[in-house]
Design a protein. Structure first.
Length: 288
């Protein structure tokens, strides 16, 4: 098992991957079609100055592929209350199909703007997963099911050996477990693991809402401890997963996590969106 690593710039004896810490951006599958040309222009401008890793989701394209993925039975809930897509080998194949099409679209958008891009399957040596939960609720009965989903246990940053300004890796967040099976993982948490493993100073989670909302009010900045409290007591659905991913990234050395729907440069500069930091006293400054 490859351990998640955090290696600062200038560490002696490390490989070239440490010389260009990246901007890591997770782009939700539900909002990919809605990003304006100006959003992509801004992303490429950031990527010309910094190495760029873009982790994508696939929820909306998967639902478009087959109506069965919109049905409640497509989602399982484990004995701890966590939700997951019921993933079989056929679902993995469908995820790869829609991800290939999505990846080609993103590559085209970037290359049209002068940025070369390379797709990487997480299951192709990048992301490792542990043993998944086997007990799931079906109706009112807790049953044992084969579900090809597993928690992320490691990221091998050497699979991203060409981290450099002017180049983008597009990561499909599948993983491979110890038995060699290809498994589904949560894209937000995969992005958090990649950010930590590549020593990225910030993680940007691009979604279809402009801010984290607490009691109906937008939150500009919140510390990890308060975000975790809200995650466990008030957050639901996709935002709960994003807050879990944010906590994991911060625990592993990422300094800031940004959540919102604006251009990446605006979010990194903390001009919009929500910033989650390790401690309340952390100072938010613009990226230089």
């Amino acid at each position: 098992m490859t351990t998640l690593i955090e290696r600062p710039l200038g560490t002696e004896g490390t490989k070239d991957i440490t010389t260009h810490v990246p901007i890591v951006v997770k782009l939700g599958g539900s909002c990919l079609d809605d990003m304006a040309d100006s959003w992509w222009d801004d992303l490429v401008a950031q990527g010309q100055e910094h190495a760029l890793v873009l982790v994508h989701g696939w929820s909306k394209p998967l639902k478009r592929l087959n109506p069965r993925y919109t049905e409640p039975s497509a989602i399982l809930r484990d004995r701890y209350g966590n939700q997951s897509r019921w993933t079989t080998p056929e679902v993995i194949a469908d995820i790869k199909t829609v991800s290939a099409e999505l990846g080609e679209d993103v590559v085209r958008r970037l290359r049209d703007r002068g940025m070369p891009a390379e797709r990487v399957l997480g299951s192709d040596g990048l992301v490792q997963a542990g043993e998944g939960e086997r007990w799931w609720w079906r109706g009112k009965e807790l049953v044992e099911l084969d579900n090809l989903v597993g928690p992320i246990t490691g990221v091998n940053p050497e699979r991203l050996a060409d981290l450099r300004p002017g180049h983008c890796y597009i990561v499909t967040p599948l993983a491979r477990n110890a038995a060699g099976q290809e498994v589904n993982t949560d894209a937000d948490r995969a992005a958090a693991a990649v950010a930590a493993a590549t020593a990225a100073p910030a993680l940007t989670l691009v979604t279809d809402v402009p801010h984290l909302l607490i009691n109906g009010s937008p939150v500009r900045q919140i510390c990890a401890a308060e975000a975790a409290k809200f995650r466990d007591r008030g957050a639901t659905g996709g935002m709960r997963k994003k807050l879990r991913a944010a906590g994991e990234a911060l625990d592993r050395g990422v300094r800031r996590v940004h959540i919102g729907s604006a251009p990446v440069s605006q979010m990194l500069a903390a001009r919009t969106g929500t910033v989650i930091t390790r401690e309340p006293a952390d100072t938010i400054t613009a990226r230089t």
